[in-house]
Write a protein of this length. Sequence first.
Length: 249
Amino acid sequence: MYTLRRWWDRYWAQVVLVSLIVGAASIAKATQGAALFELYQLVTRPFQSGPTQQEQLINARVLELQARLEELENQNQKLRELAGYKAQQKEQGIDAPIIGRSADHWWQQITLGRGARAGIQEGFAVTAPGGLVGRVMSVTSNTSRVLLLSDPSSRVGVMISRSRFMGIMRGSSTNRAVMQFFEKTPDVRRGDLVTTSSISHLFPSGLPVGRVESVDLNKNPAPEAVITLSAPTSTLEWVVVYPSHANPE
């Protein structure tokens, strides 16, 4: 007994330390380190200058709610703009959301969330605030595929609104298109409004298309003008669809 007491007096500190280490290791294993992390947070909290874990979570939640609120406000603004645009049109079109758009064909095609059941047919004109967007190429019961004016394969009969000089406009996979004139010396200026022409077989006449950005009268085989499209094709979320014979203006 005396020997055991002497041994304890000599080694008690080491025994307690080893016991604490073994106990801490067992707790860490059982809680996957959570208890030690909480202990560390408790001990070091007075020395921490930044927000605590709980404060970080609360801040993150606040930022998430703010982002959601901003997105709802933006969507509401888009719908108000669409409602105002429709109210200005003589013909009552079919409003349709854009539900599909490939990154590889961003300037070529869009897919609408309404189709034959809503009354949309192939050949219908697709418009948005700003003017003409494109033409319906194919329709299913609940969707429609639209060929955009910015597609390089798109061809539209257009004219300079001020001087009535006509030509053909083709897309260029950007928010700009190229108008090729029929006449050798057209009356065209930078800033001129461009609309669909009266001889267009695909669209009603007088639909706004864009404005002249630059002119090359020496271009062969015919003079050309670069047209900035007036509808914000790259950021559209909703459009309005009309029969090809109807003129919303």
